[in-house]
Write a protein that binds this ligand. Structure first.
Ligand code: NAD
Ligand code: DAU
Length: 337
């Protein structure tokens, strides 16, 4: 089986790549990544010499390059590549539309042309916008994105569905909740707060800190994506939730307690514009139709994550300082020749 993973040098993509190469030693995996600020080759250092793994630096918007890769008889595309940080989308929406929507269109078109057997689009729970009261969104609910990030992802979902309806492109869309775990870029809540607390720096809580996110351990996410690749139905959307709704202050308290750090590190700062109050997904379709259950308890997964950031201080210090961007020059210089 030959797969193309896009955005494989980011947080979820790199976890999934390592997961697949370990579980399926006969898969041949191509990783197309532009290496934006969020793409880090160090995340994949343990697999870079695997003969079944090939890294290609490039943009998913480059149709010539995408067509060239797909000509290798790729069976399946898994599209993780995206600008993923909501706050950044408030400052520079253009690149979000470019990578998240135009890039998805290029991949869909090439997938059609090369007759790939499956296109898996990694979407997000943010496309539904905030939930009201005790409501949970299911896959049939309408889209109501708040940020340019969420709007670009929602637009890509609609476009992807149109490729299924209009051209029978075999595709599946997944909408996972907030992920956490090893190798997450320390701009996102959990890794930012763990690393700041380890440095005795303040933890900037937006607004009152009572915003609710539903947390999914990246290892559970990898397993369910694998299950969906094997058993998912084309033309379908699957919400992915492991039902761990927490306020940001609850998450912050758990991190401070685990690290033995004082609560006075918490600093309330001005709120994010259009900050969605709560996300909550009904993922019973996935649970009933594919029999999925997460393996990790939230507490165990958060503990493992905190310990990973304690053990891998070198990794996040290099990321925070920008040093990690030199890895390409040192290890992949031959690609430039
Ligand atoms: P990330 O920001 O850590 O990584 C994104 C990767 O995509 C980087 O390696 C970057 O270099 C690459 N990339 C960006 N633009 C590209 C382009 N034009 N061409 C090629 N590569 C490009 O993101 P992540 O947190 O791993 O998220 C992966 C996917 O999952 C995204 O599509 C995101 O919308 C979705 N998602 C993320 C979460 C989460 O909590 N992190 C939750 C739900 C869905
Ligand atoms: O819901 C899925 C989405 O989760 C993904 O689609 C996005 O790619 C991913 O970035 C994430 O978006 P969020 O905006 O929910 O994640 P973030 O870690 O940025 O913020 C989580 C919550 O914490 C949110 O309510 C904002 C708050 N926050 C965040 C940061 C970075 C703070 O209070 N302070 C902070 O410094």
């Amino acid at each position: 089986m030959k797969l193309l993973i896009t955005g494989g040098c980011g947080f979820i993509g790199s976890n999934f790549l390592r997961y697949l190469l370990k579980k399926y030693p006969d898969y041949k995996i191509f990783n197309l990544d532009k290496l934006t600020y969020a793409g880090n080759l160090e995340n994949l250092s343990e697999v870079e010499k695997n003969p079944n793994y090939k890294f290609i630096q490039g943009d998913i918007c480059n149709s010539q390059l995408v067509n060239q890769i797909l000509a290798e008889k790729i069976g399946c595309i898994i599209n993780f590549a995206a600008e993923s940080h909501v706050d950044r989308s408030l400052y520079d929406p253009v690149v979000f539309v470019q990578s998240n929507l135009v890039g998805a269109q290029v991949l869909l078109q090439s997938a059609l042309q090369h007759k790939v057997s499956l296109f898996l689009q990694i979407s997000t729970d943010e496309v539904y916008g905030p939930v009201l009261g005790n409501q949970k969104f299911n896959e049939k609910d309408s889209l109501n994105p708040s940020s340019p990030y969420a709007a670009s992802k929602a637009s890509a979902d609609l476009l992807a569905l149109s490729y299924f309806k209009s051209f029978n492109l075999p595709l599946i869309i997944v909408r996972p909740t907030n992920n956490f775990g090893p190798y997450q870029f320390p701009e996102k809540l959990i890794p930012l707060f763990i690393s700041n607390a380890l440095e005795d720096k303040s933890l900037p809580i937006y607004g009152d800190g009572l915003y609710v996110r539903d947390w999914l351990y990246v290892q559970d996410h990898c397993e369910v994506l694998d299950l969906i690749l094997q058993k998912g139905k084309t033309g379908e959307i699957y919400n992915i939730s492991s039902h761990n709704e927490k306020t940001n202050l609850e998450i912050t308290d758990l991190i401070l307690q685990a690290l033995g750090k004082p609560k006075n590190l918490i600093k309330h700062v001005p709120d994010r514009p259009a900050h969605d109050r709560r996300y909550a997904l009904d993922s019973s379709k996935l649970e009933k139709e594919l029999g999925w259950k997460p393996k990790f308890s939230f507490e165990k997964a958060l503990q493992e994550t905190i310990e990973w950031y304690q053990r891998n201080r070198n990794w996040w210090e290099r990321v925070k300082s920008g040093e990690y961007q030199k890895y390409y020059e040192k290890h992949y210089a031959y690609l430039k020749k």
